[in-house]
Structures are given as C-alpha cells and as structure tokens.
Design a protein around this ligand. Structure first.
Ligand code: MN
Length: 733
C-alpha cells in the first residue's frame, strides 16, 4: 500500500468549502490561516522531503471534505504552529481569535501525550485524551484527520516508528473514528495500521481478495441488475452499488469469529440509497418479496439508530445462484452520516446556517460516554476497575435498548436493567425493584441485548441500592450514583443507631428507676465517658446500640446499685463484641489486661497487625490507641503506656497497613503491584504513585488490607520479587 499522494492546493480547499460555506468571511479566514501557516512553516520539511505545508493542506482538505466549519479548517491549517514554530498563545489570539487558538492548543496538547504500551497508556492517557477532547468535538476531528494524513505518509518513518504509530492508531484513533461514526476514516485507519503491523497477513488477504475479484464482481453486478429492474418496475428512485469490505475487517472476522476466508468473502455486499425513510422500507419489502431473507438478519437501525448516529436497514438475502448478499438500505442523509459521521450530521441538521453550539450539544448528547468519563476520573481508584469500565463504556459500547416509549438508550456490553434505570434517572435507579424485558420479568443482573425493550418497576418502599448492586452494574454512571447513595445511607444509619442507643439507655434508666434527665449531662456521666474513652453522648449511645458498651458496666461505673429482682436486659458477656464501625471497639482484636471495657483502636500512624509487638497508649478522651512498640510516635512516652495483647480468638480480622515501594519507573509497574496484591489475597484500599525527582525511580504508597503479620510478610516478600522493585517496607505516616 502506498500513501495516497494528492496535490492539494489552497484553492482546492476554498473551492470545496465554497460548496457549503459560500460567504466571503469564511473563505478569507481560511486563506489567512493558510498564509500564516505557510510563512511560519516555510523552512520546515517532512520526512518525505515535501514542504511542511503539504501536510497542513491535506489535513485542511480532509476537514473540508467532512464539511467542517471555517474555524475548524483554519485550526487544521494552524494545528502545528504552536508546537513546531513556537508561536505563542497571545500572538495567535491577536492574529486570529480565542476560539481558533483554543482549538490549536487542545490539538497540540493531545498530540503531546506520550503513549506507552497497552494497559498503562490505556488507563492513564486515554482518560486525559478523552477529557481534553470532550470539550470540543472539533478537536477530535482535527486530531483524527492529522493522524490519518500521518498514516498515509507513514512509509517515510523507520520501521519501529511505523509499528508504534500503527498500533496506537489501531487501538486509539480507529475506535474513536468508529465511535463518531466516521466509517470512511475508521476503515482507512484500520487498513493502514493493518498494513504496517501485519504486512504478511495484509498481503495474503489482499491477494485472496484479488483472485476472487472477477467472479465476485460478476455475481454482484448481476444482482444489482436484477434489483434495479425490480425496483424501477415499481417506480422507485434510488442509487445502488456494490461495496467491498476493507481488508482489516476481513482479517478481524477471520481471527475473532474464526471464519474461513471463503465464508467471509462469499458474503457480497450491496447498498441501496433512496431519497426518504419510507422508500427504504418499500425497497426492503420488494426485495424480501423476491429473495429469501435469512432469518434473524434483518436489522432496523432506522427506527433504532446506533449510538454513533448510524441509521440503515440491514438484511441478508439469498441470491438466485445461492450466493449470500448483505443489503444495506438507507437515505442519502443516512449514507453521509455513516461515511462521515457527526460532521455530516450537523451539516444536515443545520443546513448552511452554522449553529455550532446547538450542533455540538446534540452531538455530545448522543455520544454520552463523554459524560461518563467525567464521573470516572473523580471516582475510580482501582486501575483494574478503570480498565474494565473503559473497555466497556468506550470500546464496546454497542448495546442499544429501548424504553417502552421507544427512547433508545446506549449501554456498554453486559449492561443490566439497573444500568438502564440509572441512565433514565437516578431516582428511578434507586427505587428499582424489578425489570421487565420484552414483557418478561427478569432478574436485575440480566445482561441486556440490542433491541430489548426495557421497563423498570419502581417502588417507594424499596430499600434502595445495596453493595451487591455495584457488582451488577457496568456503567461508571450507575456505579457512582450507587456509591453516593450507600455513603449517605451509612451516615443516616449511624444517626438511627444513635437514636436506638438513646432509647435503650432511657429504657434502662426507667427500669432501674433512675432519672435519666438528671443523669444526662451530669458530671457523673462525664466521668463514665472518660473511663470508657468516649468522646460525646452520641458515641455513647452508638456504643450502647451496637453493644460494645454493656449496660451493667455503665451503671457499675455510675455507682448505681442494681435493684434486686430487676433482670439485666444485657448479658454479662465480654465488653468487646463485634460492631460495624471501623477500627474502633473490639474490632481491633486486642485485649487489654486488667481492663474489662474500654474503647480500643489501632493507631493510624504505624497500623499494627496481629503478630506485631504492640503497646497501648492511653489518650485523652479517645481511649487506648494501640501502637507498634517501635512506633516513633510513642518513643518518648512512658507514663501513659499500658500492656496490651492480641486476642488469639479473633483471628479473621482485617487490618489496613500502609506500604512503601521504591522501584524503577516503568510501564506496568502499578499493574504488576496490583496483580501481586490480588494473588496474595490481600485487599487494596489505595494506591498513590509518583515519579521521583530523579525521573528514574517511582515511590508508591499502598494501603493494603491483611489478616496478620504473617500475611503481611508474604505480601512484602512477593512485592520484592517484582522486577525493578528495590525496596518494600511498611510506611509510617
Ligand atoms: Mn500534524
């Protein structure tokens, strides 16, 4: 494959723009941008030896072919002046305007993102890219077209660079083009990447296609002739032509669907373009009346457009010789949108009246994954989860379901009715109690399929989301809404618990014939708080409700004798019992000798785990804080230390520990660390990694959850085995 060599002149661009933006101002702006770029780049040449301006003219021409507006085309001409000619923002704003300058700046910024390989660049840099892009769809289009022309001229690069750029194009740019519905550019990017990445396969398939071409052409032409006769006879107006599949799509079908070359190529493809929607269905009717359709292959993307705005009727029929034909039927407008994507869409919607803001808004609405990305960056901490969401939301976002009223909702593959519910409205999501898909009641975790009609049953009595829902939903949007809900609920639950504790305490006072009003707020009660290391009345009630503080102990401390005959409503079991709150009470799994009830918590600075040598530190008002004996924070303490020991009976506790890792900065470092943590069956709460001043090493802080010190040692030992890791130890904060 040779890069398409085209002599593009500024006049050619102006002539093209004139067909849809005839006003002189638009044309003047483009001319001015050309002159400016030509002057700035005048001493620069591309690897091909051509003057640099050739690249810019090509980019601008393709943008004009996509029917973009004059500012976007000007920005296309100027897209390298900041980067390559050192033009300042101020100068550009003065010479052009804020809008064009911002476009060029954003394109430059995206271009400067250093793509590394696979997982790392996907997780880290895709995010940046998409967010940068989400601001203005034109930035994506310029960057795509820039990449397209660079791919067309890739033969001048070294082989290593060719492969790297081709891989990036295939992984990043082609999917974006697909997402925007610009199949023309997507197909070309894919075939060019394919050519550079797998030249052997490319030539093999190209050769196979070539030798079958004559026979295929004959069959397709015969079919076209027959259909033309059929439709003309019935008075329809249309265009009809055969299409050839692009090579990469054949390769992909062979590898991913495991089909033989014959099977793929036996499928002939024909497209019929009509003037209006109704004619599409008429055409379909006549074709189905004459040729046998293959069941299950009829797709009505006119009534139910794909998310990238693609519309068409698809059917597969059997021809007279037994060959199989895929037939696409669509209007001229649909055809333009299928080839040129969003750009064509706004041309058709707005005609010649350029209403950028409105068009932009509508496009963003359709491409709603932009919004999900916003939610994602704030929330997702776990790299694997992020990758998961990314893959689902962006690169496989191709399930299209409908509300009973026919509203089409796009969802990632594997999405469930819950994702659907949250997409419709957060409150609907929260109060979902059931889902009806195609008139059948289904479990909430049922994966949805394209074409499903989904309605959600809600109830005001619903308990709302639970932790389990997080496992059911696939969209970042639903995940974040559920998390918010659970967080809020946890807070509400605490106040309920406090209320319950208060009730229990007052009841107990009544039983013991004590005036609770007098007691609350009294010095006596204060001293009880101090003894149990309780901060305030709310914590007191909470402790009662969760039974980490037993009633008899309270009253014993209050020096109020229990009247005979009154049975204790609380058993005299140990003070330390399980409770829900983190790291307080007995969850620490620690016994304090000689003290039967007290609030104990683990120090956050040295985060001891069972097996560590520990010591208790009596704080003022916060009970006993348990430190490791070697913790620097208690080094100089003597008076307020007490002996504590791990409770051997409470083995299955979970302890959060902070670790420090020093490693050589490299691709996949974080991913390797996360893998080891998972393999060791430890929990991962937080990861924070920064590249050090030396630009060679990276410091990573991990909050991991382990069961005891033995477990922790296993984790540390395994982390040390990771390539390029120099040092692993517990961190002190
Ligand atoms: Mn460029």
């Amino acid at each position: 494959m040779q890069g398409k060599k085209q002599e593009i002149t500024i006049q050619a661009i102006l002539d093209l723009v004139k067909t849809y933006y005839p006003d002189q101002d638009s044309l003047d702006l483009i001319s001015k941008a050309f002159k400016y770029a030509n002057e700035k780049h005048k001493d620069q040449f591309r690897k091909s030896g051509e003057p640099y301006i050739v690249h810019l003219l090509n980019v601008a021409y393709i943008l004009a072919d996509l029917k973009l507006g004059p500012k976007a085309i000007a920005a296309g001409l100027l897209h390298d002046v900041i980067e390559d000619c050192g033009v300042s923002r101020e100068e550009m704003v003065k010479e052009f305007d804020e809008e064009i300058t911002t476009l060029v700046e954003s394109v430059t910024k995206i271009g400067n993102i250093e793509f590394k390989d696979e997982k790392e660049y996907m997780a880290v840099n895709h995010r940046k890219i998409f967010i940068a892009m989400a601001k203005d769809i034109r930035v994506i289009l310029i960057k795509l077209v820039d990449r397209l022309h660079n791919m067309r001229t890739l033969q001048f690069m070294s082989e290593i660079k060719q492969k790297k750029i081709a891989a990036e194009t295939l992984d990043v740019y082609a999917p974006i083009a697909h997402r925007l519905g610009i199949s023309e550019i997507k197909n070309e990017l894919e075939d060019l990447s394919f050519y550079y990445l797998y030249p052997d396969k490319y030539y093999e398939i190209a050769h196979l296609v070539e030798i079958r071409k004559a026979e295929r052409d004959r069959q397709v032409l015969t079919m076209i002739k027959d259909i033309t006769e059929l439709l003309t006879k019935n008075g329809l107006k249309f265009r009809i032509f055969g299409r050839s599949k692009h090579l990469y799509s054949i390769y992909k079908k062979m590898t991913t669907k495991n089909k033989r070359f014959d099977e793929i190529l036996d499928l002939h493809a024909i497209r019929i373009v009509t003037s209006d929607d109704v004619s599409c269905y008429e055409v379909l009717g006549y074709i189905h009346a004459k040729y046998r359709p293959i069941p299950g292959r009829l797709k009505d993307y006119i009534a139910m457009p794909k998310m990238n705005m693609y519309q068409s009727l698809h059917t597969t029929i059997v021809g007279e010789e037994g060959s199989i034909y895929e037939v696409q039927i669509r209007t001229e407008e649909m055809d333009a949108i299928a080839e040129k994507g969003v750009a064509a869409h706004w041309r058709y919607k707005e005609g010649n009246k350029y209403n950028q803001e409105r068009a932009q808004k509508e496009i963003e609405e359709r491409l709603s994954w932009f919004k999900d990305f916003g939610a994602l960056t704030q929330e997702s901490k776990d790299a694997d989860e992020y990758m998961d969401i990314l893959t689902h939301d962006v690169f496989e976002a191709n399930v299209y379901v409908m509300s009973p009223k026919g509203r089409v909702i796009d969802l990632p593959n594997g999405a469930t009715p819950l994702d659907f519910a949250y997409r419709i409205h957060t409150e609907i999501g929260h109060s979902t109690v059931g889902a009806i898909v195609n008139n059948v009641l289904v479990p909430l975790n049922t994966p949805l399929k394209t074409g499903d009609v989904v309605s959600i049953r809600t109830s005001k009595q619903s308990n709302g989301p639970s932790e389990d829902w997080l496992k059911i939903v696939k969209t970042a949007h639903a995940k974040s809404k559920i998390r918010n809900f659970l967080q809020k609920k946890e807070m509400d639950d605490r106040s309920d618990t406090i209320e319950k504790g208060e009730h229990l305490f007052r009841e107990e006072c009544k039983r013991r014939e004590i005036d609770d009003k007098e007691l609350i707020g009294s010095k006596r009660l204060e001293s009880v708080f101090q003894h149990f290391a309780i901060n305030n009345i709310n914590d007191f009630y909470y402790a009662i409700a969760v039974k980490s503080l037993a009633m008899p102990a309270i009253f014993e401390k209050l020096n109020i004798q229990q009247k005979k005959g009154i049975l204790d409503s609380f058993s005299l079991e140990r003070m330390f019992k399980s409770n829900q709150s983190k790291k307080t009470f007995s969850k620490s799994g620690i016994r304090v000798s000689g003290v039967d009830s007290m609030m104990i918590s683990l120090a956050g600075c040295c985060t001891p785990v069972p097996g560590d040598s520990i010591v208790g530190f009596i704080t003022k008002g916060q009970g006993v804080k348990v430190h490791r004996t070697d913790c620097v924070n208690i080094k100089n303490e003597t008076k307020r230390l007490i002996n504590v020991e791990w409770d051997e009976e409470r083995k299955e506790g979970k302890y959060e520990v902070k670790l420090y890792i020093l490693a050589q900065d490299r691709s996949f470092l974080i991913s390797d660390i996360v893998t080891i943590i998972n393999q060791c069956k430890a929990g991962l709460v937080a990861v924070n990694s920064t590249v050090n001043e030396d630009k060679i090493t990276a410091s990573t802080y991990l909050n991991v959850v382990v069961t005891d010190s033995e477990h922790l040692q296993t984790v540390i030992a395994n982390l040390k085995k990771i390539d390029n890791v120099f040092e692993v130890h517990r961190a002190q904060s």
